[in-house]
Design a protein around this ligand. Sequence first.
Ligand SMILES: NC(=O)c1ccc[n+]([C@@H]2O[C@H](COP(=O)([O-])OP(=O)(O)OC[C@H]3O[C@@H](n4cnc5c(N)ncnc54)[C@H](OP(=O)(O)O)[C@@H]3O)[C@@H](O)[C@H]2O)c1
Length: 382
Amino acid sequence: MILGATGSIGTQTLDVVRRLGPGRAQIVALSARQNVALLVSQAREFGAAYVAVTDAAWGPHLEATLAGSGVIAGWGDDPLTRLASLPDADTVVVAVAGAAGLAATLAACRSGKRVCIATKEVLVAAGALVMKTAHENGAEILPIDSEHSAIFQCIQGCAPGDIARLHLTASGGPFRTWTRDQIEAATPADALKHPTWTMGGKITIDSATLMNKGLEVIEAHWLFGVPLESIGVVVHPQSVVHSFVEMRDGALLAQLGLPDMRLPIQIALTHPDKQDTDLPRLKPSEIGSLTFEEPDEDRFPALGLARRAGMAGGVAPAVLNAANEAAVGGFLEGRTDFGGICRLVAAALDAHGDDSDGKTLEAILAADKKARAFVTQRIETA
Ligand SMILES: NC(=O)c1ccc[n+]([C@@H]2O[C@H](COP(=O)([O-])OP(=O)(O)OC[C@H]3O[C@@H](n4cnc5c(N)ncnc54)[C@H](OP(=O)(O)O)[C@@H]3O)[C@@H](O)[C@H]2O)c1
């Protein structure tokens, strides 16, 4: 099952399934927000029994398009949670954009499925709750994010105490060499030109602010149980080394590959097996030079904001994430400037004043809602 099937990760997951060939994976259910045309064509190609849209306005169109096909269409009250609870599927790929995938991720965990997570926002907002729910119900959480997939591959067979540090690599985004003033004035068109990866709009903007890497630090903390202070970031513009694991004896392990999400997706889907694939391969003789540098946290304050929220704990990471989602939305709609994204997130963190421990879904959703309202109101009154 793929939640967010019509997006960048969703369509690449279907390409992996297509390449794995018949009999290797059966698609039971697919979801989108509103892209009915693509969703229906995917359902037809892969024989999905269920499809759903989260934007209820598109529900009747979905149902009409599928009339007589036997495919069951869903919308209305939390259709993703209903899909994620279906007993027919054993694996759920969570690839929706943003924390909207949270309740469904928890439902997949409660039904003991393999949960392949691309949607880092879910782990940022509710990492403790998701990991606890997975643990209590025997669900398996596997990363799709390339950095976390790299770490996951490097640590197979290691005892948790063997890991000293994680070093997440970051491309540096399109503004790596820009001055602070240039970055402040960047347009959506500038920010959407990622130098190495082709991805959905929200994550591409997060890559330009480096918030994506800040979110990934928190994601890595929950996935691998490594303290936040032991997770570093190193800028690596070639996007060939997908992350490093530093072992207690000083050995540095890394996984290398092309910037192509289909390999980490396949690894999550087929784990612990390895399958042949005809995906493009990285040839060692063609790698060329690889460079690494410290991130500049003055020009890219998002990294520090994410660390601050992660260290504060409770609902602070949920506030960080929700404020960022709202601010990025405002930027893409031309209602705030690029520099405003981090200023809005910082203001939301300053203002939230919520000392809830963030262990319940209700507390997380309340903090998320308040932070979005705060940012929206700031944008409207600016
Ligand atoms: N793209 C990458 O290479 C990449 C790499 C690593 C991690 N990730 C993570 O994977 C997640 C998905 O990224 P993406 O780049 O694939 O995003 P995307 O291309 O924007 O696709 C998002 C998918 O989620 C659906 N969707 C959007 N808003 C939704 C909502 N509020 N509720 C339910 N469904 C919604 C979209 O449906 P419609 O098409 O109908 O709008 C689409 O199917 C993000 O968390 C991102 O950080 C992405």
